[in-house]
Design a protein around this ligand. Structure first.
Ligand SMILES: *Cc1c(COP(=O)(O)O)cnc(C)c1O
Length: 436
């Protein structure tokens, strides 16, 4: 080897011709491999790496897929974490996505060879899960569902002041509604609204009465809201549709979340349309679900804007598999029994402590997240580690995101699938081994 490592920097062409790298280039694309080659060449030039190790270093520097998005272990205890992509898909939904990702019969009837209704099976699965609905459509997300409703039903939308909600990251529902050209008629006060407030606000150009579930906050004290069934009764002969944005996507009431509205009950209570997200408590792909009266759903489907908001075949596949397949991860996490979580925390902490890591099991409080059930902590268990673990765990080969409380890094297990416990232990041990 030459004394000056810079003289021995392998050429790009030579490296790309290596069979292992050529194979990687056919899988990941030449540009991605070239980027990794350039990074390795500059390390060799800087004298940080021996030229003979170039191929191994390029391979080590390659991402596992052609996307920069990486799998992350969510140990935050927030089951539906928007920054971590909300609901993880079930294995059945992932399989369905893969199967549908090529050319697929999303809009073709294979028996006749003619065009068929798009995503018919996913819609049928939704209607089977929510029998109170006459029809359904699926759009990009719940915000898209709101935009479509505001555009298609339009005119003036009547909404309680206490329901002018900001969801997160500056997303304000009233601003979204107004951006469509609809006008808002705000009724009631911040803390109180009555049936008469709604009745007095109805005019000829009222497009809909909109109820928005205040997902991420609660108002306590001298408060009053009008339940869906009372509002529905009062609107019955007015011809004004009642639209309820329930947000979380629960299909039916959930015993662990008594304050969270669900699609079936809200429709049974008399709402004409319900809107929800697909990737919150439903546990499916990002989507906006619109269910309810068939004539209203048809009006939305016929509106030109629908075409701009409709979803991809892979979303339809994931949604159908979430509805028809085995319980998705979010619902398993919600149902997990706290004794089981404690046992996992003890087992993990024991393994880590045996390897010399300052780890122990603690009780913790998990949350639904994604703007759901803000006042409803879920009893949970966590592995407690020294605070300095937080950052290297995030930056590891298999990133783990926990949280820091009282000077300790906590890895909450309610948001981690049990099948990932070994990966979690391995990630912690890897950090511990690199400890100075
Ligand atoms: C989360 C939420 C939304 C926004 O849903 P996206 O699917 O993220 O667009 C709208 N309304 C309510 C009540 C929500 O909780």
């Amino acid at each position: 080897m030459s004394a000056d490592p810079r003289r021995a920097v392998p050429r790009t062409d030579t490296l790309l011709a290596d069979p292992a790298l050529a194979d990687a280039a056919s899988r990941l694309g030449r540009e991605l491999v070239k980027d990794a080659v350039r990074a390795v060449q500059s390390r060799i030039r800087a004298g940080e790496l021996a030229p003979d190790d170039a191929v191994a270093a390029v391979l080590a520097g390659l991402p596992s897929t052609a996307s920069a998005l990486r799998p992350v272990l969510n140990a935050t205890g927030v089951l539906v974490h928007t920054n971590l992509g909300r609901a993880p898909l079930s294995a059945a939904a992932v399989e369905a996505v893969v199967a549908a990702s090529g050319t697929t019969d999303v809009e073709l009837d294979l028996s006749t060879g003619r065009r068929g209704p798009r995503g018919e099976a996913a819609i049928a699965a939704l209607l089977a899960a929510v029998p109170a609905a006459g029809a359904a459509i699926v759009v990009n997300n719940c915000a898209a569902a709101l935009a479509l409703v505001a555009t298609a039903l339009g005119g003036e939308l009547v909404i309680a002041r206490g329901e002018l909600v900001e969801i997160g990251d500056g997303f304000r529902i009233p601003a979204l509604l107004e951006s469509t050209g609809a006008r808002l008629r705000e009724v009631g006060t911040t803390n109180r609204v009555t049936l008469d407030d709604y009745r007095d606000a109805l005019y000829d150009d009222t497009g809909a009465v909109l109820k928005v579930h205040p997902s991420n906050f609660v108002v306590r004290g001298f408060t009053r809201a009008v339940p869906v069934h009372e509002l529905a009764e009062a609107l019955a002969n007015s011809g004004v549709p009642l639209v309820a944005d329930v947000g979380s996507g629960l299909l039916r009431p959930h015993p662990a979340l008594p304050d969270e509205p669900d699609l079936q009950t809200t429709l049974a209570d008399g709402a004409d349309l319900v809107l929800a997200s697909g990737d919150k408590l439903l546990g499916g792909p990002q989507a906006g679900l619109v269910l309810g009266r068939a004539d209203l759903v048809q009006r939305l489907r016929r509106h030109p804007l629908y075409r701009a908001l409709r979803v991809d075949k892979t979303t339809l596949a994931a949604l159908e598999a979430t509805l028809r397949g085995p319980q998705p991860p979010v619902q398993q996490m919600l149902a997990a029994d706290v004794d089981g979580l404690r046992a996992r925390a003890r087992a993990l902490a024991g393994r880590l402590a045996a390897a010399g890591v300052d780890a122990h099991a603690v009780d913790s409080a998990a949350r639904v997240g994604g703007g759901g059930a803000p006042e409803h902590p879920l009893p949970s268990a966590a592995v407690s580690l020294p605070e300095p673990f937080a950052e290297p765990l995030r930056r590891g080969a298999r990133p783990v995101v926990g949280y820091v409380a009282d000077g300790r890094t906590l890895l909450d297990l309610r948001s981690v699938p049990p099948s990932a416990d070994d990966d979690l232990a391995a990630a912690v041990l890897e950090v511990a081994q690199r400890w100075p």
